[in-house]
Design a protein around this ligand. Sequence first.
Ligand code: LLP
Length: 420
Amino acid sequence: MYSLGFHRNNKKELCVQGIPISDLVQKYGTPLFIYDSKLMEERYNTFVETISVVKGNIHYAVKANDALAIISYFSKLGSGADIVSIGEFEKCVAAGMSPQKIIFSGVGKENSEIEIALKNNILQFNIESEEELDDIFKVASKLKLNANICLRVNPNIAPNTHKKISTGDKETKFGIDFKSVNSIYKKLHELNYITPVGLAVHIGSQIFDFNFFYQAYLSLKNLADDLVSKGYKVPTLDLGGGIGINYENNQTPDFSSYKKILLDVFADTNYKLNFEPGRSLIAEAGILVTKVIRNKKTQDKNFIIVDAAMNNLIRPTLYEAYHKVEPVLKKNNSVIVTDIVGPICETGDYIALDREIEKVESSELLAIRTTGAYSSVMRSNYNTRADAKEIIIYDKRDYLIREPETVKELISKEKVVNYN
Ligand code: LLP
C-alpha cells in the first residue's frame, strides 16, 4: 500500500502510486509532467463533499489543465466544465463531455465562437458586458437558437492575491459593475432567444482569506434576492473558482472553511450553485521532473542548471510563484543555497531563487512540485525548445497523454520565403 499523492519509498525515492519516478523517467525522458489520478479523484471527491451542503454542480475550470486525459478524467468523475475559448470547448467535446455541462466564460468571445457554442447547445454563457449581450442576441436571433445567459458581476473586491490573478476589483476588465446589473438583467427578460439563468462572480485565484469569498457571495446573493423580489428569474448563482492551495507543504486546501461560508450564505436559499474550481482540483496532483544538466558556481552564487525552463513552467517568473523543488532520490547530501535555472537565455528563466536544497550532481533528477495547474498549459516553444511529455498514472499504470511536437515538427509548420 502507498500513501496518497507523491510519496517516498524506503529507499527515499519519490514515487507515485508505488512507481519510482526514475522508472518513469527511464521510459519517457525529461522534462516530464506526471499526474496522479488518485489525488485528482481525492480532491474532486472532497470538493463534492464540501458542496454537498448546498445544491451545487462542479464545472472544472479547463484553463488550469486542458489535457484531454485530465478533462475526461474529471468528466468521468461527474464534472462539467468552465471554458474560455472555443478551443477549450473542442477539447471538452473531444474528451467526451456533453456541451450541456459546459459554461462559456470570458470577456472576449467572438461571434464565430458564440455561433459554435449555440449550435452545440452549450449550457450557458457567462457574459461580462452589455455589448457582449447584444452580440449574443444578434447571433442567436440569426440562428433562431436560444442562449442561456448568466451575468458575471464585478463586486469590486480585491482578494489580496497576486495582482495578475486578481479579477474582482473594478479596475480589472472583468464583470459587470453592480450598478448596471439591474438594467441588463431586465433586458435579458425582454429579448427573444435569450433566457436569463442567473448571476456569476469570480474574484480571483489562489485566495487564502476566505472572508473575501464570503463578502463576494453575500453581495451576489443579496443582488439575486433583490432581482427575485422584483419578479425576475434567477435560478442559478455561479461562484467561480479561486480556492488557494499550499505550494510550500502540500496540505489539503481549506475546504472546511469554504464549506462553512457556503452554509453561512446559502443554507436557506433555493439557488442552484455552480462551482468552477481549477487549481484546487489538479495543482497538487502534478509534478514536473527535470534532469540536472550541471552545477555552476560563481564567486557570488550557486546555480543548478536543469533541463526544464520557463517555457515549461512560467509561474515562478510571471507571478513570483513558489514551487517546492526536491531531489527525486534523497541522499542526505549537505544542503546548499542556490538558484535553480533553465537553459533559456533570460535572467527571468528560473524555477527557484536562493533556494535551500540538497546538493545534486549532473544527471540527477529533481521534482518540481505542485505543477498540475497552470503549468504545462502555459507552455511555449521559446528558444525553439520542444516542450515536455505528459503522463498520467491511473490504477498504478502509466499512460502517455501528450506527446509534444518535436523541433522537426515545429520547423515543418514554417516556411522559408524566397527573397530573391
Ligand atoms: N472561473 C473563472 C471565471 C476563472 O477565470 C478562473 C481562473 C477559474 C474559475 C479557476 O480558478 P482557480 O480555482 O483555478 O483558482 N495562471 C494563473 C491563474 C489564472 C487563473 C485564471 N482564472 C496562475 O498560474 O496562478
